[in-house]
Design a binder for this molecule. Structure first.
Ligand code: FAD
Ligand code: MLT
Ligand code: ZN
Length: 480
Protein backbone atom coordinates (compact mmCIF):
# COMPACT_ATOMS: atom_id res chain seq x y z
CA UNK A 1 0.00 0.00 0.00
CA UNK A 2 0.94 3.63 -0.45
CA UNK A 3 2.53 4.07 2.94
CA UNK A 4 5.12 1.61 1.76
CA UNK A 5 5.08 2.57 -1.88
CA UNK A 6 5.64 6.32 -1.57
CA UNK A 7 8.38 6.51 1.04
CA UNK A 8 9.76 9.72 -0.50
CA UNK A 9 6.69 11.71 0.53
CA UNK A 10 6.80 13.65 3.79
CA UNK A 11 3.73 14.44 5.87
CA UNK A 12 3.02 18.18 5.85
CA UNK A 13 3.29 20.22 9.05
CA UNK A 14 -0.36 19.76 9.96
CA UNK A 15 -1.79 19.31 13.43
CA UNK A 16 -2.36 15.77 14.68
CA UNK A 17 -5.91 15.01 15.74
CA UNK A 18 -6.38 15.10 19.49
CA UNK A 19 -9.27 14.49 21.86
CA UNK A 20 -9.73 18.28 22.03
CA UNK A 21 -10.33 18.38 18.27
CA UNK A 22 -12.86 15.56 18.45
CA UNK A 23 -14.73 17.37 21.22
CA UNK A 24 -14.89 20.45 19.03
CA UNK A 25 -16.18 18.41 16.07
CA UNK A 26 -18.86 17.06 18.41
CA UNK A 27 -20.02 20.62 18.96
CA UNK A 28 -20.37 21.20 15.23
CA UNK A 29 -22.09 17.95 14.23
CA UNK A 30 -23.91 15.35 16.28
CA UNK A 31 -22.08 12.26 17.55
CA UNK A 32 -23.63 9.96 14.96
CA UNK A 33 -22.05 12.08 12.22
CA UNK A 34 -18.53 11.32 13.47
CA UNK A 35 -16.71 8.03 13.02
CA UNK A 36 -13.64 7.37 15.15
CA UNK A 37 -13.75 3.62 15.72
CA UNK A 38 -10.84 2.30 13.59
CA UNK A 39 -12.96 -0.46 12.03
CA UNK A 40 -15.62 2.11 11.00
CA UNK A 41 -13.02 4.52 9.66
CA UNK A 42 -10.94 1.97 7.75
CA UNK A 43 -13.05 1.68 4.58
CA UNK A 44 -12.95 5.47 4.16
CA UNK A 45 -9.15 5.31 4.13
CA UNK A 46 -8.92 2.87 1.20
CA UNK A 47 -9.62 3.78 -2.41
CA UNK A 48 -11.79 1.82 -4.87
CA UNK A 49 -8.77 0.14 -6.44
CA UNK A 50 -7.41 -0.76 -2.97
CA UNK A 51 -4.11 0.73 -4.01
CA UNK A 52 -3.97 4.00 -2.10
CA UNK A 53 -4.51 3.96 1.63
CA UNK A 54 -4.29 6.62 4.31
CA UNK A 55 -4.51 6.29 8.09
CA UNK A 56 -7.01 8.96 9.06
CA UNK A 57 -8.57 8.46 12.49
CA UNK A 58 -11.76 10.43 11.92
CA UNK A 59 -14.57 10.71 9.37
CA UNK A 60 -16.99 13.64 9.58
CA UNK A 61 -20.34 13.50 7.84
CA UNK A 62 -21.91 16.96 7.70
CA UNK A 63 -25.55 17.22 6.67
CA UNK A 64 -25.51 20.70 5.22
CA UNK A 65 -23.41 23.60 3.99
CA UNK A 66 -23.33 25.34 7.35
CA UNK A 67 -21.83 22.28 9.03
CA UNK A 68 -19.22 21.99 6.26
CA UNK A 69 -18.42 25.67 6.74
CA UNK A 70 -17.93 25.30 10.50
CA UNK A 71 -15.80 22.17 10.06
CA UNK A 72 -13.50 23.79 7.51
CA UNK A 73 -13.20 27.03 9.49
CA UNK A 74 -12.16 25.05 12.55
CA UNK A 75 -9.71 22.86 10.57
CA UNK A 76 -8.21 25.92 8.92
CA UNK A 77 -7.78 27.72 12.26
CA UNK A 78 -6.22 24.62 13.81
CA UNK A 79 -4.14 23.75 10.74
CA UNK A 80 -5.78 20.36 10.28
CA UNK A 81 -5.53 18.77 6.82
CA UNK A 82 -8.79 17.63 5.21
CA UNK A 83 -9.66 15.10 2.53
CA UNK A 84 -13.05 15.81 0.88
CA UNK A 85 -14.71 12.55 -0.05
CA UNK A 86 -17.72 11.60 -2.16
CA UNK A 87 -18.55 8.06 -3.25
CA UNK A 88 -14.87 7.00 -3.19
CA UNK A 89 -14.97 5.65 -6.74
CA UNK A 90 -12.09 7.83 -7.92
CA UNK A 91 -9.24 5.85 -9.45
CA UNK A 92 -6.30 8.25 -9.03
CA UNK A 93 -6.01 8.17 -5.25
CA UNK A 94 -7.58 11.61 -4.78
CA UNK A 95 -10.51 10.51 -2.66
CA UNK A 96 -8.63 9.04 0.31
CA UNK A 97 -6.15 10.55 2.73
CA UNK A 98 -2.46 10.05 2.07
CA UNK A 99 -1.53 10.39 5.74
CA UNK A 100 -3.98 11.23 8.55
CA UNK A 101 -6.08 13.96 6.92
CA UNK A 102 -9.57 14.30 8.42
CA UNK A 103 -12.08 12.79 6.00
CA UNK A 104 -15.10 14.98 5.28
CA UNK A 105 -17.63 12.76 3.55
CA UNK A 106 -20.69 14.08 1.69
CA UNK A 107 -22.57 10.83 2.36
CA UNK A 108 -25.34 12.56 4.38
CA UNK A 109 -25.68 15.54 2.02
CA UNK A 110 -28.05 13.69 -0.25
CA UNK A 111 -31.09 15.92 -0.69
CA UNK A 112 -32.59 16.93 -3.99
CA UNK A 113 -33.58 20.59 -3.61
CA UNK A 114 -35.56 21.21 -6.80
CA UNK A 115 -36.17 20.04 -10.35
CA UNK A 116 -37.54 22.62 -12.77
CA UNK A 117 -39.60 20.82 -15.43
CA UNK A 118 -39.37 23.75 -17.85
CA UNK A 119 -35.64 24.47 -17.84
CA UNK A 120 -34.64 20.96 -16.73
CA UNK A 121 -32.42 22.45 -14.01
CA UNK A 122 -31.77 20.17 -11.06
CA UNK A 123 -30.44 21.62 -7.81
CA UNK A 124 -29.17 19.18 -5.22
CA UNK A 125 -26.69 18.63 -2.43
CA UNK A 126 -23.27 17.32 -3.38
CA UNK A 127 -23.70 13.89 -1.82
CA UNK A 128 -26.57 12.72 -4.05
CA UNK A 129 -25.69 9.45 -5.78
CA UNK A 130 -25.67 9.85 -9.56
CA UNK A 131 -28.03 6.94 -10.19
CA UNK A 132 -30.56 8.25 -7.64
CA UNK A 133 -30.56 11.62 -9.36
CA UNK A 134 -31.21 9.97 -12.71
CA UNK A 135 -34.13 7.96 -11.27
CA UNK A 136 -35.68 11.09 -9.73
CA UNK A 137 -35.28 12.96 -13.02
CA UNK A 138 -36.73 10.06 -15.03
CA UNK A 139 -39.99 10.45 -13.12
CA UNK A 140 -40.19 13.97 -14.49
CA UNK A 141 -39.27 12.99 -18.06
CA UNK A 142 -35.67 14.18 -17.67
CA UNK A 143 -32.27 12.51 -17.42
CA UNK A 144 -28.76 13.31 -16.18
CA UNK A 145 -26.36 14.61 -18.84
CA UNK A 146 -23.70 12.23 -17.54
CA UNK A 147 -23.57 8.52 -16.91
CA UNK A 148 -20.73 6.27 -15.84
CA UNK A 149 -20.09 2.75 -14.64
CA UNK A 150 -19.76 3.96 -11.03
CA UNK A 151 -23.24 5.57 -11.09
CA UNK A 152 -24.53 3.43 -8.21
CA UNK A 153 -21.90 4.83 -5.80
CA UNK A 154 -20.40 8.08 -7.08
CA UNK A 155 -21.76 11.40 -5.81
CA UNK A 156 -22.57 14.37 -8.00
CA UNK A 157 -20.10 16.44 -5.92
CA UNK A 158 -17.40 13.89 -6.76
CA UNK A 159 -18.42 13.93 -10.41
CA UNK A 160 -18.16 17.70 -10.53
CA UNK A 161 -14.89 17.74 -8.59
CA UNK A 162 -13.33 15.28 -11.05
CA UNK A 163 -15.11 16.75 -14.09
CA UNK A 164 -16.24 13.19 -14.83
CA UNK A 165 -16.74 12.29 -18.48
CA UNK A 166 -18.40 8.93 -19.09
CA UNK A 167 -20.60 7.47 -21.76
CA UNK A 168 -22.95 10.39 -22.44
CA UNK A 169 -20.14 12.89 -23.02
CA UNK A 170 -20.39 12.33 -26.76
CA UNK A 171 -24.00 13.56 -26.72
CA UNK A 172 -24.18 16.13 -23.92
CA UNK A 173 -20.57 17.29 -23.57
CA UNK A 174 -18.58 18.31 -20.53
CA UNK A 175 -19.79 19.26 -17.05
CA UNK A 176 -18.20 22.64 -17.74
CA UNK A 177 -21.17 23.19 -20.04
CA UNK A 178 -23.88 21.38 -18.08
CA UNK A 179 -23.17 22.58 -14.55
CA UNK A 180 -24.83 25.97 -14.28
CA UNK A 181 -24.05 26.69 -10.67
CA UNK A 182 -22.03 25.50 -7.70
CA UNK A 183 -22.04 26.31 -4.02
CA UNK A 184 -18.71 25.55 -2.38
CA UNK A 185 -17.00 26.16 0.93
CA UNK A 186 -13.49 27.57 0.84
CA UNK A 187 -10.76 26.35 3.18
CA UNK A 188 -11.45 29.20 5.63
CA UNK A 189 -15.11 28.18 5.90
CA UNK A 190 -16.49 30.99 3.77
CA UNK A 191 -19.40 29.90 1.61
CA UNK A 192 -19.04 30.80 -2.05
CA UNK A 193 -22.53 30.96 -3.53
CA UNK A 194 -22.18 30.56 -7.30
CA UNK A 195 -25.37 28.50 -7.46
CA UNK A 196 -26.82 30.28 -10.48
CA UNK A 197 -29.36 28.46 -12.63
CA UNK A 198 -29.16 30.58 -15.75
CA UNK A 199 -27.72 29.04 -18.88
CA UNK A 200 -26.36 32.39 -19.93
CA UNK A 201 -24.33 34.51 -17.53
CA UNK A 202 -21.36 36.61 -18.49
CA UNK A 203 -20.82 38.59 -15.36
CA UNK A 204 -17.08 38.37 -14.97
CA UNK A 205 -14.94 35.37 -14.09
CA UNK A 206 -16.69 31.99 -14.13
CA UNK A 207 -15.72 31.03 -10.59
CA UNK A 208 -17.86 27.88 -10.48
CA UNK A 209 -15.80 26.44 -13.32
CA UNK A 210 -12.73 26.48 -11.09
CA UNK A 211 -14.33 23.85 -8.89
CA UNK A 212 -15.12 21.60 -11.83
CA UNK A 213 -12.17 19.21 -11.98
CA UNK A 214 -10.24 20.74 -9.07
CA UNK A 215 -10.45 17.44 -7.12
CA UNK A 216 -11.17 18.92 -3.72
CA UNK A 217 -8.09 21.16 -3.66
CA UNK A 218 -9.86 24.54 -3.88
CA UNK A 219 -13.00 24.01 -1.81
CA UNK A 220 -15.63 21.52 -0.80
CA UNK A 221 -18.55 21.50 -3.23
CA UNK A 222 -21.81 21.51 -1.26
CA UNK A 223 -24.52 22.10 -3.89
CA UNK A 224 -24.79 21.76 -7.64
CA UNK A 225 -27.20 23.17 -10.24
CA UNK A 226 -27.13 21.12 -13.40
CA UNK A 227 -28.94 21.39 -16.71
CA UNK A 228 -30.68 18.11 -17.51
CA UNK A 229 -31.95 17.10 -20.95
CA UNK A 230 -35.30 15.37 -21.64
CA UNK A 231 -35.18 11.59 -21.20
CA UNK A 232 -34.98 10.17 -24.70
CA UNK A 233 -38.18 8.35 -25.71
CA UNK A 234 -36.43 5.81 -27.90
CA UNK A 235 -33.12 4.12 -27.15
CA UNK A 236 -31.38 1.39 -29.15
CA UNK A 237 -28.07 -0.34 -28.67
CA UNK A 238 -25.95 -2.07 -31.29
CA UNK A 239 -23.03 -4.28 -30.32
CA UNK A 240 -20.66 -5.12 -33.16
CA UNK A 241 -17.47 -7.05 -33.81
CA UNK A 242 -14.69 -5.70 -36.01
CA UNK A 243 -11.47 -6.91 -37.57
CA UNK A 244 -9.20 -3.97 -36.75
CA UNK A 245 -8.97 -0.69 -34.89
CA UNK A 246 -8.90 1.15 -38.24
CA UNK A 247 -12.34 -0.30 -38.90
CA UNK A 248 -13.57 1.13 -35.60
CA UNK A 249 -12.55 4.57 -36.80
CA UNK A 250 -14.28 4.03 -40.16
CA UNK A 251 -17.45 2.81 -38.43
CA UNK A 252 -17.35 5.82 -36.12
CA UNK A 253 -17.20 8.13 -39.14
CA UNK A 254 -20.07 6.23 -40.72
CA UNK A 255 -22.06 6.45 -37.48
CA UNK A 256 -21.57 10.19 -37.30
CA UNK A 257 -22.87 10.71 -40.81
CA UNK A 258 -25.64 8.06 -40.81
CA UNK A 259 -26.90 8.33 -37.23
CA UNK A 260 -26.11 12.01 -36.84
CA UNK A 261 -28.33 13.62 -34.16
CA UNK A 262 -29.45 10.30 -32.62
CA UNK A 263 -25.94 8.96 -31.98
CA UNK A 264 -25.55 9.06 -28.18
CA UNK A 265 -22.60 6.77 -27.36
CA UNK A 266 -19.76 5.14 -29.22
CA UNK A 267 -17.57 2.92 -27.05
CA UNK A 268 -14.85 0.46 -28.02
CA UNK A 269 -13.17 -2.48 -26.36
CA UNK A 270 -10.48 -4.89 -27.49
CA UNK A 271 -10.68 -8.65 -27.14
CA UNK A 272 -8.69 -8.89 -23.85
CA UNK A 273 -10.98 -6.28 -22.22
CA UNK A 274 -14.04 -8.18 -23.37
CA UNK A 275 -12.61 -11.53 -22.22
CA UNK A 276 -12.17 -10.14 -18.68
CA UNK A 277 -15.87 -9.35 -18.44
CA UNK A 278 -16.97 -12.64 -19.97
CA UNK A 279 -14.65 -14.64 -17.68
CA UNK A 280 -15.28 -12.78 -14.42
CA UNK A 281 -19.05 -12.40 -14.75
CA UNK A 282 -19.63 -15.69 -16.60
CA UNK A 283 -21.68 -13.89 -19.22
CA UNK A 284 -21.92 -14.69 -22.89
CA UNK A 285 -21.29 -12.05 -25.48
CA UNK A 286 -23.71 -12.09 -28.43
CA UNK A 287 -20.76 -11.35 -30.70
CA UNK A 288 -17.59 -13.38 -30.26
CA UNK A 289 -14.11 -14.09 -31.58
CA UNK A 290 -13.39 -10.63 -32.93
CA UNK A 291 -10.26 -8.61 -32.13
CA UNK A 292 -12.34 -5.49 -31.47
CA UNK A 293 -15.85 -4.63 -30.41
CA UNK A 294 -17.91 -1.44 -30.38
CA UNK A 295 -21.07 -0.49 -28.56
CA UNK A 296 -23.16 2.11 -30.32
CA UNK A 297 -26.19 3.71 -28.73
CA UNK A 298 -28.83 5.86 -30.35
CA UNK A 299 -31.34 7.91 -28.45
CA UNK A 300 -34.02 10.11 -29.84
CA UNK A 301 -37.71 10.88 -29.76
CA UNK A 302 -39.05 8.60 -32.46
CA UNK A 303 -38.46 4.85 -32.18
CA UNK A 304 -39.17 3.89 -35.77
CA UNK A 305 -37.12 6.79 -37.15
CA UNK A 306 -34.12 5.80 -35.00
CA UNK A 307 -34.44 2.09 -35.80
CA UNK A 308 -34.57 2.85 -39.49
CA UNK A 309 -31.40 4.91 -39.23
CA UNK A 310 -29.61 2.26 -37.16
CA UNK A 311 -30.58 -0.55 -39.52
CA UNK A 312 -29.43 1.37 -42.57
CA UNK A 313 -26.15 2.29 -40.81
CA UNK A 314 -25.46 -1.35 -39.88
CA UNK A 315 -26.31 -2.58 -43.37
CA UNK A 316 -23.86 -0.09 -44.86
CA UNK A 317 -21.17 -1.06 -42.33
CA UNK A 318 -21.63 -4.74 -43.20
CA UNK A 319 -21.75 -4.11 -46.95
CA UNK A 320 -18.49 -2.15 -46.74
CA UNK A 321 -16.92 -5.06 -44.86
CA UNK A 322 -16.30 -2.95 -41.75
CA UNK A 323 -18.56 -4.88 -39.41
CA UNK A 324 -18.00 -8.64 -39.06
CA UNK A 325 -21.00 -9.41 -36.89
CA UNK A 326 -23.45 -7.59 -34.69
CA UNK A 327 -26.67 -7.46 -32.73
CA UNK A 328 -29.21 -4.69 -32.14
CA UNK A 329 -31.83 -4.27 -29.48
CA UNK A 330 -34.24 -1.74 -28.06
CA UNK A 331 -35.38 -4.07 -25.32
CA UNK A 332 -34.34 -2.56 -21.92
CA UNK A 333 -32.97 -5.69 -20.25
CA UNK A 334 -30.99 -6.72 -23.35
CA UNK A 335 -29.61 -3.20 -23.68
CA UNK A 336 -28.51 -3.39 -20.05
CA UNK A 337 -26.72 -6.68 -20.74
CA UNK A 338 -24.90 -5.16 -23.68
CA UNK A 339 -23.89 -2.12 -21.63
CA UNK A 340 -22.66 -4.46 -18.89
CA UNK A 341 -20.14 -5.87 -21.37
CA UNK A 342 -18.60 -2.41 -21.60
CA UNK A 343 -19.27 -0.90 -18.19
CA UNK A 344 -18.22 -4.06 -16.35
CA UNK A 345 -14.65 -3.91 -17.70
CA UNK A 346 -12.94 -1.87 -14.90
CA UNK A 347 -14.33 -4.10 -12.15
CA UNK A 348 -13.70 -7.28 -14.13
CA UNK A 349 -10.03 -6.36 -14.65
CA UNK A 350 -9.67 -5.60 -10.96
CA UNK A 351 -11.25 -8.91 -9.97
CA UNK A 352 -9.75 -11.10 -12.66
CA UNK A 353 -6.98 -12.19 -10.26
CA UNK A 354 -6.93 -11.92 -6.50
CA UNK A 355 -4.62 -9.15 -5.23
CA UNK A 356 -3.57 -8.12 -8.72
CA UNK A 357 -2.23 -4.61 -9.30
CA UNK A 358 -3.78 -2.59 -12.11
CA UNK A 359 -2.15 0.34 -13.88
CA UNK A 360 -4.95 2.51 -15.22
CA UNK A 361 -4.40 5.22 -17.78
CA UNK A 362 -7.18 7.48 -19.05
CA UNK A 363 -5.40 9.30 -21.81
CA UNK A 364 -6.76 11.17 -24.78
CA UNK A 365 -5.05 10.75 -28.11
CA UNK A 366 -5.63 11.65 -31.75
CA UNK A 367 -7.50 8.84 -33.58
CA UNK A 368 -4.40 7.75 -35.51
CA UNK A 369 -2.46 7.04 -32.28
CA UNK A 370 -5.44 5.99 -30.15
CA UNK A 371 -4.79 2.24 -30.05
CA UNK A 372 -1.10 2.26 -31.00
CA UNK A 373 -0.10 2.85 -27.37
CA UNK A 374 -1.62 -0.51 -26.35
CA UNK A 375 0.63 -2.31 -28.84
CA UNK A 376 3.63 -0.20 -27.77
CA UNK A 377 3.07 -1.23 -24.15
CA UNK A 378 2.70 -4.89 -25.10
CA UNK A 379 6.07 -4.70 -26.84
CA UNK A 380 7.70 -3.11 -23.81
CA UNK A 381 6.19 -5.76 -21.53
CA UNK A 382 7.34 -8.71 -23.64
CA UNK A 383 8.85 -11.43 -21.42
CA UNK A 384 7.62 -9.75 -18.24
CA UNK A 385 5.16 -11.19 -15.78
CA UNK A 386 1.96 -9.39 -16.68
CA UNK A 387 -1.58 -10.74 -16.84
CA UNK A 388 -3.31 -8.28 -19.12
CA UNK A 389 -2.59 -5.28 -21.32
CA UNK A 390 -5.77 -3.96 -22.89
CA UNK A 391 -7.56 -0.93 -24.27
CA UNK A 392 -11.18 0.18 -24.11
CA UNK A 393 -13.00 3.44 -23.80
CA UNK A 394 -14.76 6.41 -25.18
CA UNK A 395 -13.38 6.32 -28.70
CA UNK A 396 -16.00 8.84 -29.81
CA UNK A 397 -14.27 11.37 -27.53
CA UNK A 398 -10.71 10.18 -28.33
CA UNK A 399 -10.39 8.90 -24.74
CA UNK A 400 -8.63 5.59 -24.27
CA UNK A 401 -8.48 3.51 -21.10
CA UNK A 402 -5.21 1.62 -21.27
CA UNK A 403 -5.04 -0.92 -18.44
CA UNK A 404 -2.18 -3.21 -17.49
CA UNK A 405 -2.67 -5.76 -14.77
CA UNK A 406 0.10 -7.68 -13.03
CA UNK A 407 -0.05 -10.38 -10.32
CA UNK A 408 1.42 -8.05 -7.70
CA UNK A 409 2.91 -4.58 -7.54
CA UNK A 410 6.30 -4.38 -9.24
CA UNK A 411 8.58 -1.30 -9.39
CA UNK A 412 10.16 -2.82 -12.50
CA UNK A 413 6.85 -2.78 -14.40
CA UNK A 414 6.13 0.73 -13.12
CA UNK A 415 9.42 1.87 -14.63
CA UNK A 416 8.59 0.17 -17.91
CA UNK A 417 5.24 1.97 -18.16
CA UNK A 418 5.99 5.30 -16.56
CA UNK A 419 6.88 7.91 -17.62
CA UNK A 420 6.74 6.21 -21.04
CA UNK A 421 2.92 6.21 -21.38
CA UNK A 422 2.61 9.85 -20.31
CA UNK A 423 5.52 11.08 -22.44
CA UNK A 424 4.29 9.18 -25.48
CA UNK A 425 0.81 10.67 -24.99
CA UNK A 426 2.17 14.20 -24.61
CA UNK A 427 4.36 13.72 -27.67
CA UNK A 428 1.27 13.13 -29.81
CA UNK A 429 -0.58 16.09 -28.32
CA UNK A 430 -2.83 14.02 -26.05
CA UNK A 431 -3.81 14.67 -22.44
CA UNK A 432 -2.29 12.54 -19.68
CA UNK A 433 -5.72 12.52 -18.04
CA UNK A 434 -8.86 12.79 -20.13
CA UNK A 435 -11.26 12.06 -17.28
CA UNK A 436 -10.02 10.56 -14.01
CA UNK A 437 -7.91 13.55 -13.00
CA UNK A 438 -4.45 13.94 -11.51
CA UNK A 439 -5.28 12.96 -7.93
CA UNK A 440 -2.39 11.57 -5.93
CA UNK A 441 -0.99 9.33 -8.64
CA UNK A 442 -0.10 11.65 -11.48
CA UNK A 443 1.14 14.89 -9.88
CA UNK A 444 4.70 14.40 -11.09
CA UNK A 445 3.47 14.16 -14.69
CA UNK A 446 1.23 17.22 -14.68
CA UNK A 447 3.91 19.23 -16.52
CA UNK A 448 3.41 16.99 -19.55
CA UNK A 449 -0.08 18.41 -20.07
CA UNK A 450 0.32 21.88 -18.56
CA UNK A 451 2.96 24.52 -19.20
CA UNK A 452 5.13 25.84 -16.37
CA UNK A 453 3.20 29.13 -16.53
CA UNK A 454 -0.13 27.30 -16.22
CA UNK A 455 1.11 25.33 -13.21
CA UNK A 456 2.29 28.59 -11.65
CA UNK A 457 -1.20 30.11 -12.06
CA UNK A 458 -2.70 26.92 -10.57
CA UNK A 459 -0.45 27.39 -7.53
CA UNK A 460 -1.52 31.02 -7.22
CA UNK A 461 -5.19 30.00 -7.36
CA UNK A 462 -4.56 27.40 -4.68
CA UNK A 463 -3.00 30.15 -2.55
CA UNK A 464 -6.13 32.31 -2.95
CA UNK A 465 -8.63 29.58 -2.08
CA UNK A 466 -6.58 27.63 0.44
CA UNK A 467 -3.56 29.62 1.67
CA UNK A 468 -2.64 27.11 4.39
CA UNK A 469 -2.93 24.17 1.99
CA UNK A 470 -5.28 22.16 4.20
CA UNK A 471 -7.53 20.93 1.37
CA UNK A 472 -6.55 17.61 -0.13
CA UNK A 473 -2.80 18.09 0.27
CA UNK A 474 -0.41 15.98 -1.86
CA UNK A 475 -3.00 15.95 -4.69
CA UNK A 476 -3.09 17.56 -8.16
CA UNK A 477 -0.18 20.01 -7.75
CA UNK A 478 3.31 18.51 -7.82
CA UNK A 479 5.53 18.74 -4.76
CA UNK A 480 7.91 21.68 -4.85
P1 FAD B 1 -14.54 10.44 -4.91
O1 FAD B 1 -13.85 9.27 -5.50
O2 FAD B 1 -14.99 10.31 -3.52
O3 FAD B 1 -13.58 11.70 -5.02
C1 FAD B 1 -12.95 12.03 -6.22
C2 FAD B 1 -12.19 13.35 -6.05
O4 FAD B 1 -13.10 14.42 -5.86
C3 FAD B 1 -11.29 13.39 -4.83
O5 FAD B 1 -10.17 14.17 -5.13
C4 FAD B 1 -12.12 14.04 -3.76
O6 FAD B 1 -11.33 14.70 -2.81
C5 FAD B 1 -12.93 15.03 -4.57
N1 FAD B 1 -14.27 15.27 -4.06
C6 FAD B 1 -15.30 14.39 -3.92
N2 FAD B 1 -16.39 15.03 -3.49
C7 FAD B 1 -16.06 16.33 -3.37
C8 FAD B 1 -16.78 17.50 -2.99
N3 FAD B 1 -18.05 17.46 -2.64
N4 FAD B 1 -16.12 18.68 -3.00
C9 FAD B 1 -14.82 18.76 -3.35
N5 FAD B 1 -14.10 17.69 -3.71
C10 FAD B 1 -14.71 16.50 -3.72
N6 FAD B 1 -14.75 8.66 -14.37
C11 FAD B 1 -15.06 9.27 -15.54
O7 FAD B 1 -14.73 10.44 -15.72
N7 FAD B 1 -15.71 8.60 -16.53
C12 FAD B 1 -16.11 7.32 -16.41
O8 FAD B 1 -16.69 6.75 -17.32
C13 FAD B 1 -15.83 6.66 -15.18
N8 FAD B 1 -16.24 5.40 -14.98
C14 FAD B 1 -15.94 4.78 -13.81
C15 FAD B 1 -16.33 3.45 -13.63
C16 FAD B 1 -16.01 2.78 -12.46
C17 FAD B 1 -16.45 1.36 -12.28
C18 FAD B 1 -15.28 3.45 -11.44
C19 FAD B 1 -14.92 2.76 -10.16
C20 FAD B 1 -14.88 4.76 -11.62
C21 FAD B 1 -15.20 5.44 -12.79
N9 FAD B 1 -14.81 6.75 -13.01
C22 FAD B 1 -15.12 7.39 -14.17
C23 FAD B 1 -14.04 7.45 -11.98
C24 FAD B 1 -14.96 8.02 -10.85
O9 FAD B 1 -16.12 7.36 -10.74
C25 FAD B 1 -15.31 9.41 -11.12
O10 FAD B 1 -14.15 10.15 -11.06
C26 FAD B 1 -16.36 9.99 -10.15
O11 FAD B 1 -16.75 11.18 -10.69
C27 FAD B 1 -15.89 10.17 -8.72
O12 FAD B 1 -16.99 10.48 -7.89
P2 FAD B 1 -16.99 10.09 -6.35
O13 FAD B 1 -18.19 10.67 -5.73
O14 FAD B 1 -16.79 8.65 -6.17
O15 FAD B 1 -15.72 10.92 -5.83
C1 MLT C 1 -14.63 3.72 -17.79
O1 MLT C 1 -14.86 4.39 -18.79
O2 MLT C 1 -15.00 2.54 -17.66
C2 MLT C 1 -13.88 4.39 -16.72
O3 MLT C 1 -13.56 5.69 -16.86
C3 MLT C 1 -13.39 3.68 -15.56
C4 MLT C 1 -12.14 2.90 -15.80
O4 MLT C 1 -11.66 2.78 -16.88
O5 MLT C 1 -11.63 2.41 -14.82
ZN1 ZN D 1 -14.03 6.32 -18.85
Amino acid sequence: LTKVRYPHLKRGQYAEISEKHIQMFERIVSKNQILTDPSDVEPYNIDWLKMVCGYSSVVLKPRNTEEVSEILKFCNDENIAVCPQGGRTGVVGGSVPVFDEVIVSTQLMNKIISIDPITGVLICQAGCVLENLDSALNEKGLTMPLDLGAKGSCHIGGNVSTNAGGIRYLRYGSLHGNVLGIEAVKADGKILDCLGTMKKDNTGYHLKNLFIGSEGTLGLVTKVAIKCPPKPKAVNVAFIGLESFENILSVFQLAKSELAEVLSAFEMMDAPSMHSVVDVYHVKSPVEKCPFYALIETSGSNASHDEEKLTSFLEKGMAEGLIIDGTVTGEPSRMLNLWQLREGIPEAILHSKENCYVYKYDISLPPQQFYQIVDECKKRLEGKNYSLCCGYGHVGDCNLHLNVSIPEYSPEITNILEPFVFEWTAHYGGSISAEHGIGFKKTQYLHLSKTAESIEVMRQLKQVFDPKGILNPYKVLPDV
